[in-house]
Design a protein around this ligand. Structure first.
Ligand code: KPL
Length: 280
């Protein structure tokens, strides 16, 4: 089995690490050029074994780990079956439209990029659809906690609801995830954002595997010391994934006649914050 990875940020590095431990050396397309790529986990620094290339050779699977807004730019680089490891809704849909193939995946490991270096801060799981079973086997062989499901959409939408609630609120308040359970105003706003995302999921025809509000509060509590990916992006004045998170809830809601005013306001506020610091 041959694997390619596009994007060697936090998630791409985690995938490379598990593949290495299973005996694979993936070919990688990444914008960052370094002498060595590492992943920090529990006080240890692991050097990643990767072959960095401009164009992937023929591979069985390409693991797409770029931010959702960079998907368009990497369509032509994909070889084999793409498996998309991204927050939000939109990147996988674009690939499926353009290539006619693609599987979604959900990652709940707490992994951040600190000064350009990927660091694992919390063990979660990787959820993959049955069709990507070979990818699941390889990652599991490398020590990843993997769950295989018949339909990935409920897991993607539940993660979307959680991200729609925790990410913009923590980014706008410049606070760790715990703020969502500690601050009553943040908590009720997060609950409403998650509830709206749940209503949109239902309208789209996706049955969530758990209550989105309860799950949001559970994840905020479990990751209370985490800095959300949106807060990391905004504090470094990088473009966020808000268009694919709250923006996706609003757009898909409009398409199915469901209003999502809290998501709309959070989307606008994060876009305003991006513009204020000049993020592109
Ligand atoms: O996925 C996350 C993110 O930061 O993007 C959460 C679940 C909010 C954990 O930090």
């Amino acid at each position: 089995m041959k694997f390619g990875i596009i994007g060697l940020g936090a998630v791409g590095s985690l995938l490379a690490y598990f593949l290495n431990r299973a005996g694979y050396v993936p070919h990688v397309v990444t914008r960052s050029r370094r002498e060595r790529y590492v992943l920090k986990w529990g006080g240890e620094t692991h050097v990643l074994q990767v072959a960095v290339v401009d164009e992937l050779p023929p591979v069985d699977y390409t693991l797409v780990a770029v931010k959702a807004y960079d998907t368009e730019a990497v369509v032509d680089k994909i070889r084999g079956e793409p498996v998309v490891f991204q927050n939000g809704i939109g990147g996988l849909e674009l690939l499926k439209e353009r290539l006619g193939v693609g599987f979604g995946a959900v990652v709940t490991y707490g992994v951040s990029r600190v000064e350009g270096v990927a660091e694992v801060r919390g063990v979660g799981e990787i959820v993959l659809p049955r069709e990507a079973g070979e990818v699941a086997d390889a990652l599991r062989a490398g020590g990843a906690r993997v769950r295989v499901v018949e339909d990935i959409e409920p897991a993607r939408w539940l993660k979307l609801a959680i991200n729609a609630a925790i990410n913009p609120i923590t980014a706008l308040l410049r606070a760790k995830n715990g703020v969502v359970v500690e601050n009553p105003y943040a908590k009720s706003l997060a609950a409403e954002a998650a509830r709206e995302a749940g209503r949109v999921a239902e309208a789209v025809g996706v049955r969530l595997p758990a209550d989105p509000v309860e799950e949001t509060l559970r994840v905020a509590e479990a990751t209370r010391d985490n800095v959300s990916s949106m807060l990391q992006d905004l504090s470094q004045c990088r473009r966020t994934e808000v268009d694919y998170i709250n923006g996706a809830v609003v757009r898909l809601g409009e398409r199915h006649g469901v209003e999502a005013p809290v998501n709309k306001a959070l989307w606008a506020l994060v876009k305003a914050a991006e513009a204020a610091c000049g993020a592109v």
